[in-house]
Design a protein around this ligand. Structure first.
Ligand code: 1GP
Length: 241
């Protein structure tokens, strides 16, 4: 398979809108997976992300092996923890939680991951991960013991994204949190897009086609959706309309 990040860049240059379906190994029932995958493969999805904030060790690897047998879409690990790294995936979002000030999630976990990464030829995509406050506490906040950035301080969000780009990150991920009540504001997406040239990924709380379109119009290069599909797989058909 072509390098995932390189491929993302060429799709974005062509004006294509990327859609990643997030599968959380802890929430996906293995029995329902084949029906879910038939719908996913027939949908507009361009990538599959696998990961979660609290996943049992090795469950991610098991799920990725199964997925590899039933889809041709690239599988990218969106890790909550080092134990979620699997050699069977196509790439790993190497996240640094730049919205927070917990050294473990800025650099500690990344150092821990090196001994695992050294044993495999997995594409690593350095990603500046920004959690934006959204009215209720998210799993990311709980697990990482960090505070999100205020959604009202757009300048701070833009500066954090630009600093990540200057540090050499290859993607920016603006996260509202899984199951967030509202997605990232379009004003925020627009402001960040104006100043960063690396791919902009948006996720959290997107549950309608309108919200998805709004994110793309505001400047998202890739949108990540998980909960809406977990709760109702017919959302795939809604997006195809
Ligand atoms: C969560 O951004 C992803 O990390 C997707 O969020 O589950 O709300 O779609 P949802």
């Amino acid at each position: 398979m072509k390098a995932i990040h390189e491929d993302m860049l060429s799709s974005i240059t062509k004006g294509e809108q990327l859609l990643a379906i997030l599968i959380d190994p802890d929430k996906m029932e293995f029995e329902g997976l084949s029906t879910f995958m038939v719908k996913l493969n027939a949908s507009k999805a361009t990538h599959i992300f696998v990961g979660g904030s609290t996943v049992e060790a090795f469950k991610t690897d098991e799920l990725i092996r199964i997925l590899k047998g039933v889809t041709d879409l690239p599988i990218v690990i969106f890790p909550g923890d080092v134990s979620q790294i699997s050699s069977h995936a196509d790439a790993l979002l190497f996240l640094s939680l730049v919205s927070g000030r917990n050294p473990d999630y800025l650099i500690g976990k990344q150092i821990e991951a090196v001994s695992v990464l050294r044993t495999m030829a997995l594409e690593v995509i350095p990603t500046g991960y920004l959690l934006i406050e959204n009215g209720k506490e998210t799993a990311v906040e709980r697990v990482t013991q960090t505070s999100p950035l205020s959604r009202h301080n757009i300048q701070d969000i833009v500066d954090t994204a630009v600093a990540s780009q200057l540090l050499g990150m290859k993607c920016i991920y603006l996260e509202a949190g899984s199951g967030a009540m509202n997605p990232i504001d379009v004003e925020i997406i627009h402001a960040v897009k104006k100043e960063v040239r690396i791919p902009l990924i948006i996720g959290g709380g997107i549950t309608s086609k309108q919200q998805l379109d709004n994110a793309y119009t505001a400047g998202a290069d890739m949108v990540v959706i998980g909960t809406a599909f977990e709760e109702n797989a017919s959302f795939f058909e809604e997006l195809n309309k």
